[in-house]
Design a protein around this ligand. Structure first.
Ligand code: PGA
Length: 254
């Protein structure tokens, strides 16, 4: 079975103390993950070491950075490189989140470079894609995500692609309380997998976890995660509420 993944995206929320308490609460629920399940906390940079020590004794629980720079190193004041993340033992990094694309002007080409930086530094990128509302209303969502994949992932080898996690996050569903229907999610995830299959072969496509993101909550996670091509979720708002996120982890396919 593909890895089933519950990924928390805290974004720019919570103080260090609140974050530590939140992790204590979630880990305190002692949800045993199967070998095919992962829980990943994408926390702000200053909390990565705290998060790492929180999950150190926990099987299949990890931390992720929410971003990294697209260059290896250099005069980029205020930025964090993939090499730096690797040097503190971070093994996952969110790349190309729609908020990075929208507010910080990240392009598909930069996202491709970030993916490379991650892979060169033994970090599994969690690559985000997804369309805005006007794109969906124009019926262009399939072409939109295809272009995102083509420009950011198609330079990889099949072997490298197996080391990438994809998150499909329709922008109209992020933080809006509006979730894609299971039919919309399944249809898009199957489309993404068919794109991967065409480029990298069916066996690679079958191994890549594709998460759904956009207003995943405790009360809709099981239904969404139940879709055959949905391998878990990337969760913003609901990941900041311990009891909610615990249920979302519990909703992963077994
Ligand atoms: P949301 O955010 O769950 O608050 O909609 C998801 C995300 O942006 O990753």
């Amino acid at each position: 079975m593909r890895k089933q993944i519950a990924a928390a995206n805290w974004k720019m929320n919570s103080t260090y103390q609140q974050g530590e308490k939140l992790m204590d609460e979630i880990l305190g629920a002692r949800i045993k993950l199967t070998p095919d399940q992962l829980t990943i906390f994408a926390v702000p940079f200053p909390y990565l070491l705290m998060g790492r020590s929180e999950v150190a004794e926990e099987k299949n629980y990890h931390v992720a950075a929410q971003n990294c720079h697209h260059k290896k190193s250099g005069a980029f004041t205020g930025e964090v490189s993939a090499e730096m993340l690797h040097s503190i033992g971070v093994a996952y990094c969110v790349v190309g989140h729609s908020e990075r694309r929208e507010y910080f002007g990240e392009t598909n080409a930069q996202v491709a470079e970030k993916i490379d930086q991650c892979l060169q530094n033994f970090i599994t990128p969690l690559f985000c894609c997804g369309e805005a509302l006007d794109v969906r209303e124009a019926g262009e969502q399939n072409n939109h995500v295809a272009l995102q994949l083509r420009e950011s992932l198609f330079h990889l080898t099949a072997e490298q692609m197996k080391g990438v996690i994809i998150a499909y996050e329709p922008i109209w569903a992020i933080g809006t309380g509006k979730t894609a229907t299971t039919a919309q999610a399944q249809e898009m995830h199957a489309h993404l997998r068919s794109i991967l299959s065409e480029q990298f072969g069916q066996s690679t496509a079958d191994q890549v976890s594709i998460l759904y993101g956009g207003s995943v909550k405790a009360n809709n996670a099981r239904e969404l995660f139940g879709c055959p091509d949905v391998d878990g979720g990337l969760v913003g708002g609901a990941s900041l509420v311990g009891a909610e996120f615990v249920q979302i982890i519990g909703a992963l396919k077994k």
